[in-house]
Ligand binder design. Structure first.
Ligand code: 2AL
Length: 243
């Protein structure tokens, strides 16, 4: 039995439940999922400022998960906040949902589209495409122009807008797959894949499968080189819980 910790980097309990449901649906019978969010932070992550705060919460949870003996960790926000820092703290694999979804898309299509939330978050996805080397695999990016928490307001409006943008991407972009650009969209992928007749990829499910695969292969995060445990040094009081 392996235990995967899925971290929602924002403090929205409703979104943590959505993400946990998607992770459990993807997990193999021998995998248990623990879905968590930071004790303090931002209710939604929609910019660089939010990401900087969220990264501290991710580190706090990764440390806790490691102490609980989890096999691996998923960072379930499309900006992958704190990913490399989390890998320094972790022993098992740490996978971000943006990198998981982008890698998956390149394996099933030559080019993919991204559908995300607010237009101002597009730059975060563009930076990740550059960082991960996928800029030339991405045909276009779309925003539903609604905030992250609209996905949890119960009206269904945001979900309908995701569907509309996915249909538009299919018609306009010439891409073979669509990447959903928010953790709160995780439970929409299966139905949209059926409706559109092309892969619509949720990074939460993809990341869970990647952690399972890495654990089965016997790989954790490399402790040789820059992802070794952080250099021990006295931290200011506010950060001592991370030591
Ligand atoms: C996100 C996400 O996945 N969760 C969150 O709070 N903000 N990113 C996004 N582009 O909407």
């Amino acid at each position: 039995m392996s235990l995967i910790q899925v971290i929602n980097p924002n403090t929205s309990q409703a979104m943590t439940e959505t993400i946990g449901a998607a992770a459990r649906a993807a997990a193999s019978p021998g995998t248990d999922i623990i879905a968590v969010s930071p004790s303090q932070g931002v209710p939604s992550i929609e910019g660089h400022f939010d990401e900087a705060i969220a990264a501290i919460g991710v580190l706090e949870q990764v440390k806790r998960g490691r102490e609980q003996g989890v096999s691996g960790h998923v960072i379930a926000c499309f900006g992958d906040p704190g990913l490399l820092a989390a890998r320094e703290l972790a022993t098992g694999p740490v996978i971000g949902i943006a990198e998981a979804a982008m890698h998956t898309a390149t394996l099933v299509a030559t080019r993919f589209s991204i559908v995300t939330t607010l237009p101002r978050t597009l730059i975060i996805a563009r930076h990740l495409l550059q960082q991960y080397g996928f800029t030339h695999h991405c045909a276009a990016l779309h925003a539903i122009d609604l905030p992250v928490l609209a996905l949890e307001d119960g009206s269904g409006l945001a979900q309908e807008k995701v569907r509309e943008q996915c249909l538009q991407a299919k018609l306009q972009d010439g891409s073979g797959a669509i990447v959903l650009g928010c953790g709160g969209m995780a439970t929409l992928a299966r139905e949209l894949t059926q409706e559109l007749g092309m892969p619509v990829i949720d990074g939460v499910s993809a990341a869970v499968k990647m952690v399972e695969a890495l654990v089965a292969l016997g790989f954790g995060t490399s402790k040789h080189g820059d992802l070794a445990r952080p250099i021990a040094k006295p931290l200011s009081e506010a950060f001592q819980h991370l030591n």
